[in-house]
Design a binder for this molecule. Structure first.
Ligand code: HEC
Length: 161
């Protein structure tokens, strides 16, 4: 193997770069510029999950390949653990006129992060169902993911405009 060993700090930086939002830990105050940036990242992440849901829905309806669905589920599974970092304090609808993020997020932060964890759990169940190839299981897991995983958070923490 390579003689070059990455110091732990450097590994941390690499990891931070992957997550992309390390300077915006929840609870930390953010500048106006950061608020805009975080809103864009958040929107992109949510829309990517929305696109994945469409792909999975298509598959449940008999369209698309298993490969596409595996990728779509992976997008959701990998986004779920990042959701909390996409919502630093001060980036809700009061700060951003276009945002649909309710102030409750930061009042009930534990419930919010629990909802994100639930989404990750539901994505894991769906991934297993896709792996099994059982259409009935896939359909049921997909329905549950949408209703409980996405909807469970949206119903409480998102105010549609
Ligand atoms: C833990 C909470 C949470 C979970 C889980 C969650 N969302 Fe969201 N989502 C939000 C919030 C809050 C907003 C509003 C963000 C804003 O406007 O600032 C949002 C916004 C969105 C938007 C609109 C984005 C835009 O900018 O137009 C889409 C699309 C979306 N979510 C899709 C999904 C899908 C699909 C899932 C499940 C696979 C999901 N979300 C799971 C909290 C969540």
């Amino acid at each position: 193997m390579s003689a070059i060993r990455l110091p732990a700090a450097a590994a941390g930086i690499v990891l931070a770069a992957c997550i992309g939002l390390v300077s915006l830990a929840p609870g930390q105050a953010v500048s106006a510029e950061d608020v805009k940036q975080v809103a864009e990242k958040r929107s992109m992440a949510m829309k990517a999950m929305g696109g994945s849901m469409r792909t999975i829905k298509g598959f449940v309806g008999g369209r698309g390949s298993k490969d596409d669905v595996v990728k779509a589920v992976a997008v959701i599974a990998s986004t779920a653990p990042k959701i909390a970092s996409l919502f630093p304090k001060g980036t809700g609808m009061e700060a951003l006129p276009k945002s649909e993020a309710k102030a409750e997020i930061w009042v009930k932060w534990d419930a919010f992060t629990a909802a994100a964890k639930t989404l990750g759990d539901k994505a894991a169940v769906l991934a297993a169902a896709v792996d099994s190839g059982d259409k009935g299981k896939i359909g049921a897991a997909f329905g549950d993911l949408g209703k409980v995983g996405c909807g469970g958070c949206h119903r409480v923490f998102r105010q549609k405009r």
